[in-house]
Design a protein around this ligand. Structure first.
Ligand SMILES: NC(=O)c1ccc[n+]([C@@H]2O[C@H](COP(=O)([O-])OP(=O)(O)OC[C@H]3O[C@@H](n4cnc5c(N)ncnc54)[C@H](OP(=O)(O)O)[C@@H]3O)[C@@H](O)[C@H]2O)c1
Length: 271
């Protein structure tokens, strides 16, 4: 049986490790994360199951770490890229330092795009490849004012970027033989956010997310929402709302509410 080479980021725990274990039957793997000891232990486990496993320790929040992984992808032999590493960094924006903003956006938004860019030439040459990026349901949370949700401005922005990236790339790669998928889990019981979801009864297990994603690939899903029953209706409604914004807003003149004479003080004007 021929084996496919998969590179999985964030493989040292949670969803990434679950992907690696599920794939090991018929894939060889390159495992990426910062904790080399965890990666080595998982690689030993997968080798015992018959897979070839490379360990590539790297911090994807830094240009050096990202460069090590893009160099590996540039070899051109990876046919399945699972870009899963991520961190929440939940905090009000004013409490996040500029360097931390750079690091979080690099990890959650820039790295997944750079990894795809590095993997594409090899996949295009082979006419075969699969790209999975793990985002989050919080990518769709910008309209939610619920104060019980985490302070997530940066995280939601980064994950929304990966959703838009993957959905748009899917059109670009149509007819190339390369499949793309963005995965949008809700709460998952992993080490994420200090393991906060472990005691939440509605949290999914990491293996459930990875299984749904791999099944979603077989179903041809570009957007995989592991917990969502009526996926088609929700995505159709999303596309309909986007179409209304895009076609309705793309006009040569401002909307009438902007051209009426002012009737009072603008909101927020000082007295
Ligand atoms: N758990 C949830 O509730 C949830 C919900 C929606 C989406 N997600 C997304 O799911 C993905 C996987 O998270 P998880 O739930 O499996 O959490 P996790 O158990 O904390 O795993 C996160 C993985 O990312 C790696 N990682 C973190 N920072 C990194 C860095 N700077 N460079 C390289 N690797 C790094 C971690 O490894 P090292 O620490 O060894 O580097 C670890 O392997 C993330 O993208 C997350 O945003 C999670």
């Amino acid at each position: 049986m021929s084996r496919t080479l998969a590179l999985i980021t964030g493989a040292s725990s949670g969803i990434g490790a679950a992907y690696a274990r599920l794939l090991a039957d018929d894939h060889d793997v390159v495992l990426v994360a910062r904790r080399a000891d965890r990666l080595s232990a998982l690689a030993d486990e997968l080798r015992a199951a018959g897979a070839t496993a490379e360990v590539l320790p790297a911090d994807l929040g830094t240009s050096e770490g990202l460069g090590a992984v893009t160099d590996r992808l540039a070899v051109g032999d990876v046919r399945l890229l699972i870009s899963n590493a991520g961190a929440g960094g939940y905090a009000p924006l004013a409490d996040v330092g500029p360097d931390e903003i750079t690091r979080l956006l690099a990890l959650n938004a820039t790295a997944p795009i750079q990894l795809v860019r590095a993997a594409l030439p090899g996949m295009l040459a082979a006419g075969d490849g699969t790209i999975v990026t793990v985002a989050s349901l919080l990518a769709f949370s910008a309209g939610q004012a619920n104060p019980r949700m985490p302070s997530r401005t940066l995280y939601a922005a980064a994950k929304a970027a990966t959703v838009a990236f993957t959905r748009t790339l899917a059109h670009e790669l149509a007819d190339t033989g390369i499949r793309t998928q963005v995965v949008c889990p809700g709460l998952v019981a992993t080490e994420f956010n200090g393991g906060a979801a472990h005691d939440v009864p509605t949290a999914m297990a990491a293996e459930g997310v990875a299984r749904a994603s791999l099944a979603g690939l077989r179903l041809g899903e570009t957007v995989c929402v592991p917990g969502l029953e009526d996926r088609t209706a929700a995505l159709d409604a999303l596309v309909a709302a986007e179409t209304a914004l895009l076609s309705g807003g793309n006009r040569p003149t401002p909307a009438t509410r902007y051209t009426r004479p002012p009737t009072g003080r603008p909101q927020g004007a000082a007295g």
